[in-house]
Design a protein around this ligand. Structure first.
Ligand code: FES
Length: 141
């Protein structure tokens, strides 16, 4: 089987799809490798991400990884959400075929971009907190 049961489940029933009308941060990222697009919305209270939703013009693997990533960071502190790597999301899904690993980077990048946007809207320079948003993952090279 090419895809794990968890990947198939999150692809067939993605969690947290949609948008948040009064989002505190919005991140939009394109995947350099395939041209797919991911948009992530977060709601923040104090330093906790209380809600998160995503929309994507992406493949099944992008949908499944974003669904899992949003489940992981919902309710987390911003500092913990920033530590979420695409590798950890892929592991939580019991793996992805190597050719699809780059798809999982969209979710990680979009979360970081949404947090960046949140800080910018608060009048805080996000670069020292969020750091560089990676173009792609090491597996893509
Ligand atoms: Fe573009 Fe998967 S092929 S995100």
């Amino acid at each position: 089987m090419l895809y794990s049961q968890k990947v198939l489940d999150h692809f067939a029933n993605p969690r947290n799809v949609g948008e948040i009308a009064d989002a505190d941060g919005i991140g939009e990222i394109g995947n350099a490798k395939c041209g797919d697009i991911m948009k992530m919305y977060i709601k923040v209270s104090g330093d906790v991400i209380t809600d998160v939703k995503f929309k994507t013009f992406g493949c099944g693997a992008a949908i499944a990884t974003s669904s899992m990533a949003t489940e992981i960071i919902k309710g987390q502190k911003i500092e913990d959400a920033l530590k979420l790597t695409n590798k950890a999301v892929v592991e939580a899904l019991d793996g992805l075929p190597p050719a699809k690993i780059h798809c999982s980077v969209l979710a990680e990048q979009a979360i970081k971009a949404a947090i960046s946007d949140y800080y910018t809207k608060q009048g805080i320079d996000p670069t020292s907190i969020v750091g560089e948003i990676p173009d792609c993952c090491e597996d893509c090279h």
